[in-house]
Every structure is written in structure tokens, then in C-alpha cells.
Design a protein around this ligand. Structure first.
Ligand SMILES: Nc1ncnc2c1ncn2[C@@H]1O[C@H](COP(=O)(O)OP(=O)(O)OP(=O)(O)O)[C@@H](O)[C@H]1O
Ligand SMILES: [Mg+2]
Length: 285
């Protein structure tokens, strides 16, 4: 397989932590920077990313407005009879998708389901960057490490961290590759500062054990849900819309930009040329 694109996988084994939302925002942010982006939905059964994009295409058709959108593919779980046949088919489909998108894209974004599966593991083993959004709670911390909740001590790695380590080894053996693992807190509230401090300390400790780096996260914001329903992202909002942007929208958009800074696309693929219409908008503002 001739791989040219940088692969960003969104993964964890907890449902509803923001993988699809963050994957969509990352894809659109990179497109708006001028990169060529492809997306793969490995959670085709639930199909959140696929539905998100469908709503976007409906919006484009309804409003006759140009919105940058990725080349998208969805891979279903194989229905073949034996486990061996299923694995073979799923691996073939993923490799074909990576090959096809890899030839025309700078970045490929893969959204995975919130449960362990062969396809999800395989995608992890192809990640150049792995992004794990986690809800800002103790419950989600045990996604990353086994924690003694009485004394708030880290006991050891979690099943998910062990899986990431296994896929790191698989990638290393395959082509001497590495995985840059980024964990980001999602739906942050600033209500319980004591818990927040403990979570921050534990995450710092776990990051050294499991070898990931922490990115600034996203706050708990209703605007993410509203955007999904329209097929839009915070990067699509224009300052000149009726009434301008709300403070929450501006803050949320900055959070998305901060995540992109952590991914550092210009270091991975060089600077891209943003589409002309955006250059004009930026110059006028
Ligand atoms: N920062 C946020 N603030 C408020 N709501 C959010 C935020 N991030 C995500 N959500 C909402 O949480 C829900 C779950 O998000 P999402 O579907 O992105 O998670 P997921 O990890 O992909 O879930 P699954 O594991 O089921 O695929 C969605 O309704 C989404 O709009
Ligand atoms: Mg999802």
C-alpha cells in the first residue's frame, strides 16, 4: 500500500465521549486551512459521522452554499460466516480505503466505535496521530488507567491503554512507525475545582505511564449539539451572520483551533494554501 496521507484516528472504548464530534470538527478545520481531507467511518452501524456529513450535504443542497467537505467512506462490519473471513474482508476494505484516500488527501480522519472490535484495533495500528477525547470525570479516567479511587492513586494501565500499546508494537513491526497519542478532556465544566485538580494530577501521572500528551479540551457547550443537527461545525460560522457570534461560539471555536495547534498540521504536511474566499474574509476582518 502506498501511503501518503497522515492518518488521525479518534478512539477510545467509552461511548459518547465526543469522538465523532471532534473528528468532524478536525476534518472541517483542516479543510478550511487548505488541506485535502478524507474521512472514514468505522462505526457504520451507528454512523454518527456519516449522518453528520449527510446533514452537511443536505444543507449545501438546500442553501446552494459552498462548504468544504471531505471525501467520505463508511466501512460496515463484515457479515461473512467465519471470523477469519470477516477479518480478511474488514482488513481489505480498510486498506483499500486508506490507499484510495491516501493518494488524494493530506489527512485521513478515522472515527471508530466506542467498543473494542477488530476493525477499531486495526485502525489504531495505522494511526499516525491517535486522539482520545474523554469526558471530564473519574468514570472516564479508568478508560486510561486502573485507579485506586480511595486514595486516587494510579495502579496500572487500563485495557484500552494496553490495547494502544499493543497497536504501537504492531505498527513498529510493520514499518517502524510510531503513534503520537493525544488525550483531550471533553465537556469540561469548572464547577468542582477539587475534583478537577485531582483529575489533572492523575492525568499527568497516567500520561507518563501510557505515553500520551494532553491537549487543551472542549468545554460543555450546547452549541456542539446544535451544530450537529445542521451538519455544520463551529468553523463554518461567519462573523457577519445575523447578530454575530455568541461568546460561547467564539470560545468553542477557539477550543477547536487549540486542538488543531496540538496536531500541528503544518509540521506534518507543510503549510497549505487556504481557499481564496477565506483569504479575502480574513483580510477584510
Ligand atoms: N463539548 C461538548 N459539549 C456538549 N455536548 C457535546 C460535546 N461534545 C460532544 N457532545 C455531545 O455528546 C454526544 C456524544 O458525542 P459524540 O457522538 O461525538 O461521541 P462519540 O464518542 O462519538 O460516541 P460513540 O462512542 O457513541 O460513537 C452528542 O450528542 C454530542 O453532540
Ligand atoms: Mg461516534
Amino acid at each position: 500500500m502506498k501511503k501518503t496521507a497522515h492518518i488521525i484516528v479518534f478512539g477510545n472504548e467509552k461511548g459518547g465521549s465526543g469522538k465523532s464530534t471532534t473528528a468532524m470538527h478536525t476534518a472541517i478545520a483542516l479543510l478550511r486551512l487548505g488541506y485535502r481531507v478524507g474521512t472514514i467511518d468505522l462505526d457504520a452501524r451507528q454512523g454518527t459521522l456519516t449522518r453528520y456529513l449527510k446533514k452537511r450535504f443536505d444543507y449545501i443542497t438546500r442553501n446552494r452554499e459552498h462548504l468544504p467537505s471531505p471525501a467520505h467512506m463508511a466501512i460496515e462490519k463484515s457479515q461473512l460466516e467465519t471470523v477469519a473471513e470477516q477479518k480478511f474482508e474488514e482488513e481489505s476494505f480498510l486498506l483499500m480505503a486508506l490507499d484510495e484516500l491516501g493518494q488524494v488527501c493530506d489527512f485521513i480522519i478515522i472515527d471508530t466505535p466506542g467498543t473494542d472490535s477488530f476493525l477499531s484495533r486495526l485502525a489504531h495500528s495505522h494511526a499516525d496521530t491517535l486522539i482520545t477525547p474523554m469526558n471530564d470525570s473519574f468514570i472516564d479516567l479508568d478508560l486510561l488507567a486502573d485507579i485506586d479511587m480511595k486514595n486516587y492513586d494510579v495502579i496500572g494501565p487500563s485495557i484500552y491503554s494496553e490495547m494502544v500499546e499493543e497497536q504501537r508494537q504492531v505498527k513498529k513491526r510493520r514499518n517502524d512507525g510510531t503513534i503520537d497519542w493525544i488525550v483531550m478532556r471533553n465537556r469540561m465544566t469548572h464547577l468542582n475545582t477539587n475534583n478537577n485538580k485531582i483529575i489533572t494530577r492523575l492525568l499527568d501521572e497516567i500520561s507518563r505511564l501510557a505515553k500520551f500528551r494532553l491537549a487543551p479540551g472542549f468545554g460543555e457547550r450546547v452549541v456542539f449539539k446544535e451544530m450537529f443537527l445542521k451538519g455544520l461545525t463551529l468553523l463554518d460560522l461567519k462573523e457577519d451572520q445575523n447578530g454575530g457570534l455568541t461568546l460561547s461560539q467564539i470560545a468553542a471555536r477557539q477550543e477547536v483551533r487549540n486542538l488543531i495547534i496540538e496536531i500541528a498540521p503544518e509540521h506534518l504536511k507543510g503549510h497549505a494554501t487556504p481557499p481564496q474566499s477565506q483569504v479575502k474574509t480574513a483580510a477584510n476582518s
